[in-house]
Design a protein around this ligand. Sequence first.
Ligand code: SF4
Ligand code: SF4
Length: 353
Amino acid sequence: MASKINPHFSEELKKYGSVNFNACYNCGNCTAVCSLSTPEASFPREMVRLSALGLEEELKQSLKPWECYYCGECTTQCPQTANPGELMMSLRRWLTAKYDWTGLSGLLYRSLSLTITALLLVAAGVFFFARSTGFDAATLLHWGHLFEMMAIATVFLVIFVPNLLRMWYFSIVKNGVKAPLKSYITALSELFVQMFTQKRAKDCDEEDNFRWLEHLVLVFAYLSLLFTTVFLNWFGTENLFIILLGYLESFLVFVITIHFVSGRIKRNKALNKFSQPSDWLFVIWLLLMGLTAFMVRLFIDLQLLETNIWIHLIHLTVLAQWALIIVPFGKWTHFLYRSFGLYFARIKAMQES
Ligand code: SF4
Ligand code: SF4
């Protein structure tokens, strides 16, 4: 069957951040420097060509954008400033929008004003809810904790499960891959290793182990802070070990994200040169999550929370915006799709070998 060409694809991709990939004259420098390139897979040139041709279906079925961790080497070496590394990033945003059955990811990626409106609406919702409780600290702590549990379950079941099924359908079923159940089970180790160690980042940027380590610590600090607040009830516990653990986790989240934000401000590396609003939102909200969670627990320990409920209100607002916008529809999803992308790629490779 002939491939369908979307003549407006480059216009569409511009809305996701990539503006100059049509300048590519196919010299192959990017493929020569990319550590993911193999004789069978020309990273990232194949994606540049498919994008330039508007072969949308092929791109939708591809898992390659998820293999790139954006070292930026290809962008640095491109004589045409076609920014192939940024193209890979934009394709990840575009794929995220394609996987999302609600269509909200695409809308928010494409429109900053809509994103700001959504953030303001959530903030207003938190404020009016808090007002309805009379700004009572104990009631807000109770509902904040309940909200976290409900948000995790709902986002997982209503957004992530169907979206991951769509990703599987595009990349496995539509690609004609017929994998037995045994392959899915055997490849599970790849899913968990990639999810919890981000091992692929080391293959992508072999020289920058610090970046990989920093990323790894952040993932662990964030996930364990989530566990500590939701399942160990950090704000409600009197267990000293859990209290100290939460302080350490939130401190790590805060410090590492400060480093990420300063890198984006200084634009000191190729990967920091083309930040989109979704990139800024992600790191800034993560930073605010670490900082405000730390402050709330500190105010509890100093017995200042009752008279300074504003700090908890700020934390609840950041938390609600994070849980309702950034996690289900923003850059947070890259963490999930990347792990599953590498898992599905492994299953595909098992059938081809
Ligand atoms: S280095 Fe630039 S011009 Fe050369 S193939 Fe890659 S994207 Fe195209
Ligand atoms: S950003 Fe790095 S890993 Fe990604 S395509 Fe470019 S050179 Fe390869």
